[in-house]
Design a protein around this ligand. Structure first.
Ligand SMILES: Cc1cc2nc3c(=O)[nH]c(=O)nc-3n(C[C@H](O)[C@H](O)[C@H](O)COP(=O)(O)OP(=O)(O)OC[C@H]3O[C@@H](n4cnc5c(N)ncnc54)[C@H](O)[C@@H]3O)c2cc1C
Length: 388
């Protein structure tokens, strides 16, 4: 395991970041991991975990000081996502979604919006990123939700599906189309809606294969009146905001996937060092060593690439969309492969719920689907090499 310890040790964090990461490590190990199997079975939303995360004031780590936060590096944020997800993938994504949803407000909001809304997040509000609709998934530009200006308000009508934290969010970053702009793409706009806005309702929550304790909601907007002051940027600037924010949330999705992958890899290594067949430890068989070599090499390379992208972002890079796509695609494919192989290495026991790898394999699947399916990312990456 030395190779992974060395990769972990190669990431530079400040003394303050190390302290916080240590707190998150302890919380994940002592509180979050022990609850993970039970909430996976019950599908119960893990308020205990959310409250414990808020006791650490963890949202503050991605919010600038000027708005009550205590901002740390993007690398430190990714490490916290990875640690929490390694313990419980549901809890990892519940917390990371706060970042995915509110980073656009930090990057594109005006001073008044940030001063008014970001302190709520510092206090522990949950947030949702609200893009997908029943008929607009991979092609989000096909969304039909409308934003209609009405004096100092915007009236929102439509529906959204698969919204993480949707049933519990205090703040929702909603994308829709400005009714006065006719061009389909140029009409996309973004606003922040309060979770208690009249007319906003939760129609259903999904019963899912994995991430069973996270809330995935279908929302309806029926004449929801939102203050015009909650519009991010200008009408029609939504697509720019959407693409900019996805570039920052995709490495976070990769950190989530790599947390799951690391947990599965560690469980597999422990198991094959214990389990014996034909009088030998399973790890002594060459066929098993070949599997392990592929799992370890792919995981190590992808973890190193995670920190490479983190350093780019922390250095202030703006053009890292292709790297984000590569990272998200590769990390999620590896998470699926390693969790599947980890189940295989457990033999029949891996198929049973007594062993964590069964849950990890189910949790890993979504990472290939959301924040752009991996088919879409392959297209984005391939297209980037087209010569003009
Ligand atoms: C648990 C969960 C949580 C989610 N959380 C959120 C959230 O918080 N906010 C939010 O807005 N959304 C969320 N989503 C939605 C998620 O991002 C979408 O499911 C995803 O973008 C895919 O859209 P779709 O499901 O409509 O599939 P479709 O777009 O219908 O895709 C179906 C299949 O067609 C393929 N396909 C589609 N277009 C192309 C193409 N151009 N080229 C090649 N293949 C293509 C896809 O790869 C896929 O295999 C969540 C989904 C789930 C399941």
């Amino acid at each position: 395991m030395k190779v992974f310890e060395r990769i972990d040790a190669s990431v530079e964090f400040s003394a303050e970041e190390r302290l916080l990461i240590e707190e998150v490590r302890k919380l994940s190990r002592d509180k979050i991991a022990p609850r993970a199997a039970a909430i996976d079975r019950s599908g119960e939303f893990p308020w205990d975990n959310v409250n414990a995360i808020n006791m650490l004031g963890l949202n503050a780590m991605f919010i600038p000081e000027a708005y009550g936060g205590a901002q740390m590096s993007y690398a430190a944020y990714l490490e916290c996502v990875r640690l929490i997800s390694r313990a419980c993938a549901s809890t990892g994504v519940i917390w990371a979604t706060n970042f995915h949803a509110m980073k656009p407000l930090i990057d594109f909001g005006n001073e008044e919006q940030k001063s008014r809304l970001l302190p709520l997040l510092v206090e522990g509000a949950l947030a949702s990123l609200v893009i997908t609709e029943p008929t607009a998934g991979s092609d989000a530009t096909g969304m039909k939700t409308t934003f209609h200006p009405d004096g100092d308000s915007i009236i929102v009508n439509g529906s959204k599906t698969f919204i993480t934290n949707g049933a519990h969010a205090k703040l929702l970053l909603v994308f829709g189309k400005w009714s006065q702009i006719s061009d389909d793409k140029a009409a996309i706009s973004a606003l922040v809606m309060a979770g208690d806005t009249p007319g906003l309702s939760v129609l259903r929550e999904e019963d899912k294969m994995g991430l069973r304790a996270s809330s995935t909601a279908t929302l309806a907007f029926d004449q929801c009146r939102v203050p015009r002051s909650n519009l991010l940027g200008l009408p029609g600037e939504g697509l720019k905001i959407l693409l900019g924010s996805l570039n920052k949330s995709r490495p976070s999705v990769a950190a989530h996937a790599l947390g799951i992958a690391r947990a599965a890899f560690e469980d597999a290594v422990d198991y094959i060092n214990e389990r014996k067949q034909s009088g030998r430890k399973i790890v002594e068989f060459q066929g098993i060593q070949f599997m392990l070599a592929d799992m370890a090499s792919e995981l190590a390379q992808c973890e190193a690439f995670l920190w490479y992208v983190a350093r780019m972002v922390d250095a202030g890079a703006n053009d890292f969309g292709v790297e984000s796509s590569m990272l998200k695609m590769r990390a999620s494919d590896i998470a699926m492969r390693i969790t599947t192989d980890a189940v295989q290495l457990h033999g029949g026991y891996g198929f049973c719920k007594d062993y964590r790898v069964e849950r990890l394999m189910r949790d890993a699947k979504i990472t290939q689907i959301w924040e752009g399916t991996n088919q879409v990312h392959r297209q984005l990456i391939g297209r980037s090499f087209l010569k003009k």
